[in-house]
Write a protein of this length. Structure first.
Length: 398
């Protein structure tokens, strides 16, 4: 029996694909079912380039199809033998690509959904897993048959719950020093720009006499050379900061934090699941480093004009959207602070210092995040269970 999982980018791979693959492995082993798992890395503007190398080291997949091969298959180039027993699970990437792959392999397809985008292509998918009841209702309102949609929950909760329990995450930090974590992104280009920015804020905090233990959470998707150069740069420019670098057990380190400073993205939902106080920072002077949705991202990578185009699109988007943090969007209110605008590093450091000193506000953020009920495990099992059952029916029909 074979399952093909599609998706790409750090968020999809760690938050959706990894927990679903692990659940499928475990369920198949419990039932003495021989299972082969293929990962199809969809073409994605949110990928950083090291995804293939990273996931190969996980030991989860029997076969990994790189983006260029996935594109070739989706376009119908070359011959492809059908898979006689299996199913495809869309866990990110382009829905058209996943539907085309399922057709090439002659497999039934399932999809996860946290928006209503799948409604336009629901005919290509046998079943759709919604991450929340709200998404279920919105899909049904978009004429997706009720029998085709179920509320699975979010597999990211399984990834977060498993990772957060790996250790206490605090390490050798003074008990009277609040643990302040910085998340500078999981792609080389963004990390290289954001790390110095965050370190200037940490230096400003130290200059203000703020007692805090700063640490940087390093994504496994970053190039080792980029991280090494960054560490050398920080040691050379800010030796007094004593930065702690977290390269293992990131969830545990995040959970142990008193406050986290981050940027918009999937990480905001994962931090909300942990119930850790955090703030989302969008400095408009750094918009040229932010990714864009859809094909326009490729246009925005053009030299000279691309940077200007990216700034214009993102500034308009910031004026249009109500929230940049996913938990705030889910809740429909400002649960965690969003700091969007322009400021000096000293001004931003003052905001961080005020929040660190406001223990009542931090407790309120933590309580409100926990009250959202996002850390509900079991979604990965539900998705894997349905996929394995569908794959079994598929072989029986053949």
């Amino acid at each position: 029996m074979e399952l093909i999982l599609t998706g790409n980018g750090p968020g999809e791979l760690t938050g959706w694909i990894s927990p679903v693959a692990r659940a499928a492995r475990r369920l198949a082993a419990e039932r003495s079912v021989s299972l082969r798992i293929t990962l199809a890395l969809s073409p994605s503007q949110f990928a950083g380039g090291r995804e293939l190398a990273v996931v190969a080291g996980w030991g989860l997949f029997d076969r990994i199809l790189p983006p260029d091969e996935v594109t070739r298959l989706a376009l119908g180039l070359g011959r492809q033998s059908p898979i006689h027993s299996g199913a495809l699970i869309h866990l990110g990437g382009d829905l058209w690509v996943s539907a085309r792959l399922a057709g090439r392999f002659r497999l039934p397809a399932l999809a996860i959904a946290e928006t209503t985008l799948v409604a336009t292509r629901h005919r290509h998918f046998t079943h759709i897993f919604a991450v929340s009841e709200e998404v279920v209702e919105r899909l049904r309102a978009r004429a997706v048959p009720p029998s085709k949609v179920s509320m699975s929950g979010d597999p990211r909760a399984d990834a977060v719950a498993a990772g957060a329990g790996s250790s206490d995450g605090r390490g050798p930090v003074r008990a009277d020093s609040p643990l302040l974590s910085f998340l500078p992104g999981s792609r080389d280009r963004f990390f290289s720009a954001l790390l110095p920015y965050f370190m200037e804020v940490a230096a400003a905090l130290a200059g203000m006499g703020v007692r805090a233990a700063p640490q940087v959470i390093v994504s496994e998707f970053l190039s080792p050379r980029v991280v090494e150069d960054a560490r050398d740069m920080v040691t050379r420019r800010w030796p007094q900061l004593g930065i702690r670098w977290i390269t293992r057990d990131p969830w545990a380190a995040m959970k142990a934090s008193d406050l986290i400073v981050t940027i918009p993205g999937t990480n905001t939902l994962e931090l909300a699941m942990l119930g850790v106080p955090f703030v989302v920072v969008v400095d408009e002077d750094l918009l040229q480093y932010a990714p864009l949705e859809g094909a326009v991202e490729w246009l925005a990578r053009a030299p000279v004009v691309g940077t200007r185009l990216r700034r214009v699109i993102l500034r308009r988007a910031l004026r249009r959207i109500r929230f940049v943090a996913l938990p705030n969007a889910r809740a429909g209110r400002m649960v965690v602070p969003e700091w969007v605008g322009r400021w000096t590093r000293e001004d931003l450091a003052k905001r961080v210092a005020e929040l660190l000193a406001d223990s009542a506000r931090l407790r309120t953020i933590r309580t409100d995040l926990q009250g959202l009920g996002l850390l509900t495990p079991g979604a990965s099992d539900r998705i894997a269970e349905t996929a394995l059952a569908l794959a079994g029916r598929n072989v029986a029909q053949r």
